[in-house]
Design a protein. Structure first.
Length: 147
């Protein structure tokens, strides 16, 4: 490793290389088990490095590798489903638990004065990983409309 290279720069590059390999693997793998190739499922299993923030029986949370705010955490249900439009009534509790985990993380980071939770639904809204996830954004002024 180069002595002048910041070690904080290594994790994102390693994750990006995993993402690239994941996309290659995904095109070669039959879709019998969506969790086998799901980027977030692989992060949750520890196959891809992440900066874990929170974990309980229902949800897993980790730092976003391309933060859009000082706090940018992704909260995912441990149960795999692609997104909100694929959710069933039985998934309502775990979706709620994702938001409660976001509130807990916001309290821990002292950003309760203002934060946002976001669910992107579909590629047109910016969803690029098809495992439901809640973005927790905070630590700066958030304007409206968001994008």
């Amino acid at each position: 490793m180069h002595p002048m290279r910041d070690t904080a720069d290594i994790l994102p590059r390693r994750v990006l290389s995993f993402v690239f390999q994941w996309k290659l693997d995904w095109t070669r793998t039959p879709m019998t088990d969506p969790t086998a190739t799901c980027l977030f499922c692989r992060i949750m299993r520890g196959e891809i490095p992440s900066k874990k923030v929170h974990e309980d029986d229902h949800v897993f949370a980790f730092e976003d590798i391309h933060p859009q705010a000082p706090t940018h955490v992704l909260i995912i249900p441990k149960k795999h489903f692609a997104g909100l439009k694929e959710a069933q009534a039985a998934d309502a509790e775990v979706i709620g638990r994702c938001h409660l985990a976001a509130a807990q993380i916001a309290r821990q980071r002292d950003i309760e004065h203002g934060y946002r939770t976001v669910l992107n639904v579909g590629p047109g809204a910016g969803q690029s990983v098809f495992h439901l996830h809640v973005h927790l954004l905070g630590g700066r002024n958030l304007t409206w409309p968001p994008g």
